[in-house]
Structure formats: structure tokens, C-alpha cells
Design a protein around this ligand. Structure first.
Ligand code: MSP
Length: 508
């Protein structure tokens, strides 16, 4: 049995979730569900990043002590996966005792291995990024992501010898050309490493909020180091009495957006090597969702609340739109009009109507009985394409390309209805066998589409199988022509995607 362990970034709790966060969570869930269908042993980790200056400051602004603040807001972050039907295995919070203990153990190992030293640091710190910035990275003296002037910080703290890992990282990238996907992100990470790696400070002096450095409790671990370690720490305490590292490390795939590429593709493998761990199996770096060509983000203020969208369209439609609106990996502009348009055209018409028509025809022309298959399938080719291409595409995280292939099947079924005109066949007793074949093929194609789409549309897929009175077995091996059971009792199905009024959603 293969192991499939996937992670989302752990999200900062300085504000509540928006559609950009939901985006990564949805993609991770689609991949997990698909691997589960293939019989892999899966583990899906998501959670929250609760230390650092920016969280501390928001708590202060609200007059709360940081622990009270994070405990409150963590609830709305736990809602996020539920809202978009993401079936995660563990929700990590960096304030968990199990995590804090492990962070200390992990950096103690790096210290014992000789990769940490003390020095004075003087530099410009962007609290929004939780990162020191070089003068050259600033635009008009401001952080290009947050548009704020970074703070000058000078303190004695502990440094991580990142420079010692330049060659090992280059060797790693050379040995594993698919370590980072897509390829242009691999190139970006590799050229950053090639450009020379500077040691960075791994602790902050005099901070009241964070994980204490084990050998010097006057300092806390730098929030990014604390955060990255979650991907391993979770495995040590997610299941009581079990150490999941044996099963899932280093079989891990990290999903993240391009703004945190360096931390994940450079710093993280170096930290792992320094602590004596194997590096991750793979990292996939996706683009940004943009609204009016601007990144959707709290600091810009153009956030879309996933709750608003799910309320109107349902979680399946939001999941579908998220991966279809933008090719996964690229940046892309999204609009709420496009969500509405796709809902009507693709979900309600292409898929929903097809289910209604097929079940209605089976009910009407064959008294609710799916006829047994005789002769050759006319939909086998489209089904074979799904069987062949969807796993291949999802193996390279192409959640957009994979659903395109499934949609080709859905469209070809619609075309089949138009071309064969079952309502005319039904008028001619002599063509009864032809009609049987058409109805079987439609049911068979829809059954396969439902199984293949179940990773994307986890609520709708079982409804399609029920409408066709087929077993609700989502195993990938059922993506195969001719497995539809000739059953009785099919009735005209209720619309899967009822009409909704265009939502009066504001974008801010
Ligand atoms: N806490 C760090 C991550 C630590 S991981 C060890 C962090 N948090 S964050 O709250 O800013 O979340 C960033 C992540 O949210 C991105 O990497 C991406 O997965 C997701 N996104 C947030 N806004 C997004 C868009 N507008 N578009 C696409 N993804 C977005 O960084």
C-alpha cells in the first residue's frame, strides 16, 4: 500500500480565513480523496500558525492575552476545512504542547549537530512576512508584498548555518528534478540557492510569545522555523500512542503558494538535513488567486469570505470553481461572475441536466430498469481516457487538467444524447436494442463520471450513484466501462444544482 501524506501551509491567525486559504485546502483535499480512491494510505494535515509578532500584535490591539486570542480565532480556522468539505486527518495548532515540545527537540538536534551559533543581528524586519528583508528587496523602502516600511531590529540571537547547506541543496535539486513542481518554480528555487545562501537568525530575543529556545529560555524560536517544523511534529502526536513518522515521513507532499517558496523549498530542507531528517518527497507551489489583478489578501482588503460563497452555491460548487477558474500552478484572476456562470453552465446544465435526462429516460422508456449491456460500448473510449489520464495528471498535482478530462467525458455523454436521440429510438420498436445500448452507456458514463468526480464533488457524486441505484463504492477500479449494474427502480432525479439567484456578494 502506498502512503500519501499531504500538507497545506498552516495559516496565520491574525485574521479570519478568506477564499485564498480555502483554495489550498480544497486542492489538498481533492488530492487526498483521489489517493484514497486508489487505495493509498492517506494523511492530510492542515492547521494554524499561532506564534510570531503579527499574531501577538493583533491580540494586543484587541486587549487580549495572546493565548485567549488564538484560542478564540482558531475556531474560525477549524471551520474553514469543514465549510469546504475538506476531510483532513489532523488539525495542528502551533500552540499545541506536542508541537512545542517537538520544536525544542528538533532545534536542539540542530544545535547539537553544530549548525547554530550566536551573533548580533541588525536588519529590517517585515512583521507582515515575519521575515528579515534585504534593502535590495524593498520598493521605495517598503515591503513589496505588504506595502509597509519594515522595522529596524538589532539584537543578539541564534543563527542557523544555512550557508553550510548550499552544496547539499544543489546536489539534492540535481538528483531530484521533480523535487519542486511546477518546473519554473524548481528553477526559481534552484537559482536562489545558486545565488548564495546567507545564515539566518533562528530565534528572537525578548519576545514573550513563542516556543522558548531550549538552551536559552530568554529567546523564542523564530516563527517560521517553529511553523515549518509542524509538518513533522504533527506526526508524533496526532494519534495517541502512534508515531506516524514511520509511515509518512519522508512520504510528504507540501502544497503552498509562491510567496512562501523560499521558506519551503530552501530553508525547510536545510533545516531537516541539519536535524538529521530526510527531506520531503515533493513540493508543489501554486500561484495566487487575484481579484482585479490584485492578490486576494487581508492586507489589501479585497477578501472573499468562503462562507458567503458556500451559503449561496454549496461547497461542491465552490470546490469545483476554485480548481477550474484558474489553472493550478498559475496565477489567475477570479470573478464572482465566473463562479455563477460555471455553476449554471457546467454544473447545472452539463452535469445536472444529464443526470435528470438520463434517469427520466430510463424511467420513461424502460420503466426504471437500466437495460443489460449488449454489443459494444460507445462510451468506452471516453471512460478509458479518464481511467488513464486522471491519475497521471493528479500525480503531478494537475487538479485542473484532471477535471478537464472528466469534463470531456461529461460533454461526450451530452453529445451522445444529442446524436442518438433516444426519444426517436423510443418510437420505433425495431430499434429497441439500440435504445437499450444508449441508455446503458449513459448510465455507465455517468457512473464513472461520479466516481471520478467524487474527489472534487464529494456531496454530489454519491447522489448521482444513488439516482442510478448503483453501489456507492468510490474505489478507483470502478473507473472502467461496463461495471454498471442493470438495476430496477430508477426514477427521474431531482435537480442536483438548483437555480440560484446571482449572489449579491460584495468583494470586500
Ligand atoms: N503561516 C505561514 C505559513 C507557514 S507554513 C509552515 C503563512 N500563512 S498565511 O496565512 O499567510 O497563508 C499563506 C498560504 O495561504 C499561501 O501559501 C496559500 O497556500 C494560501 N493563500 C493565501 N492567499 C492566497 C491567494 N490569494 N491565492 C492563493 N493562495 C493563497 O504564510
Amino acid at each position: 500500500m502506498n502512503s500519501f501524506y499531504i500538507t497545506t501551509p498552516i495559516y496565520y491567525v491574525n485574521s479570519t480565513p478568506h477564499i485564498g486559504h480555502a483554495y489550498t485546502t480544497i486542492a489538498a483535499d481533492i488530492l487526498t480523496r483521489h489517493h484514497r480512491q486508489r487505495g493509498d494510505e492517506t494523511f492530510f494535515l492542515t492547521g494554524t500558525d499561532e506564534h510570531g509578532s503579527k499574531v501577538y500584535r493583533v491580540a494586543e490591539e484587541q486587549g487580549l492575552d495572546p493565548k485567549t486570542y488564538v484560542d478564540q480565532i482558531a475556531e474560525s480556522w477549524k471551520e474553514l476545512p469543514r465549510l469546504v468539505d475538506a476531510d483532513y486527518d489532523f488539525f495542528i495548532r502551533t500552540t499545541d504542547d506536542g508541537h512545542k515540545r517537538f520544536v525544542q527537540e528538533f532545534i536542539q538536534r540542530i544545535y547539537d549537530n553544530g549548525y547554530i551559533y550566536q551573533d548580533v543581528y541588525s536588519g529590517l524586519y517585515c512583521v507582515g512576512c515575519e521575515e528579515f528583508k534585504a534593502e535590495a528587496e524593498l520598493v521605495d523602502g517598503k515591503c513589496p508584498i505588504h506595502g509597509t516600511v519594515p522595522e529596524r531590529i538589532e539584537e543578539t540571537n541564534y543563527f542557523f548555518k544555512l550557508s553550510a547547506f548550499q552544496q547539499p541543496l544543489l546536489d539534492l535539486y540535481d538528483a531530484r528534478p521533480d523535487f519542486v513542481l511546477p518546473r519554473f518554480r524548481y528553477n526559481e528555487a534552484r537559482s536562489f540557492i545558486e545565488g548564495g545562501l546567507q545564515d539566518f537568525s533562528l530565534s528572537r530575543a525578548g519576545h514573550p510569545w513563542g516556543v522558548p529556545v531550549p538552551w536559552d529560555e530568554s529567546q523564542v524560536v523564530y516563527v517560521w522555523v517553529d511553523a515549518l517544523i509542524n509538518y513533522v511534529s504533527a506526526l508524533t502526536y496526532a494519534r495517541e500512542g502512534e508515531d506516524l513518522r514511520e509511515k509518512f515521513w519522508p512520504e510528504v507532499r507540501h502544497l503552498l503558494a509562491k510567496d512562501i517558496l523560499r521558506f519551503h523549498c530552501v530553508f525547510w530542507p536545510a533545516l531537516l538535513l541539519a536535524a538529521g531528517y530526510e527531506v520531503p518527497k515533493q513540493l508543489f507551489v501554486h500561484g495566487w488567486l487575484l481579484l482585479d489583478d490584485t492578490k486576494i489578501s487581508k492586507s489589501v482588503g479585497n477578501v472573499i469570505d468562503p462562507l458567503d460563497l458556500v451559503d449561496v452555491y454549496g461547497s461542491d460548487a465552490v470546490r469545483f470553481w476554485a480548481v477550474r477558474a484558474v489553472s493550478f500552478g498559475q496565477d489567475g484572476n477570479v470573478t464572482l461572475e465566473s463562479l455563477h456562470e460555471r455553476y449554471e453552465r457546467e454544473l447545472a446544465n452539463d452535469l445536472g441536466n444529464l443526470v435528470s435526462r438520463t434517469t427520466a429516460m430510463i424511467a420513461r422508456y424502460r420503466e426504471g430498469r437500466i437495460p443489460p449491456a449488449t454489443g459494444d460500448s460507445k462510451v468506452a473510449e471516453a471512460i478509458d481516457a479518464v481511467k488513464r489520464e486522471v491519475p497521471t495528471r493528479l500525480d503531478v498535482f494537475d487538479v485542473t487538467g484532471a477535471v478537464d478530462v472528466i469534463w470531456d467525458l461529461v460533454r461526450s455523454l451530452n453529445k451522445h444524447v444529442e446524436e442518438t436521440k433516444p426519444w426517436e429510438l423510443a418510437k420505433d420498436e425495431a430499434r429497441s436494442a439500440e435504445l437499450d445500448r444508449v441508455l446503458y452507456d449513459l448510465a455507465d458514463g455517468l457512473r464513472v463520471a461520479a466516481v471520478a468526480l467524487s474527489a472534487y464533488l464529494p456531496q454530489t457524486a454519491p447522489l448521482i450513484l444513488q439516482a442510478l441505484r448503483q453501489p456507492d463504492d468510490l474505489a478507483w477500479e470502478n473507473v472502467e466501462p461496463g461495471r454498471t449494474v442493470p438495476v430496477e427502480g430508477v426514477e427521474p432525479a431531482a435537480p442536483l444544482f438548483p437555480r440560484v439567484d446571482r449572489a449579491p456578494l460584495a468583494a470586500a
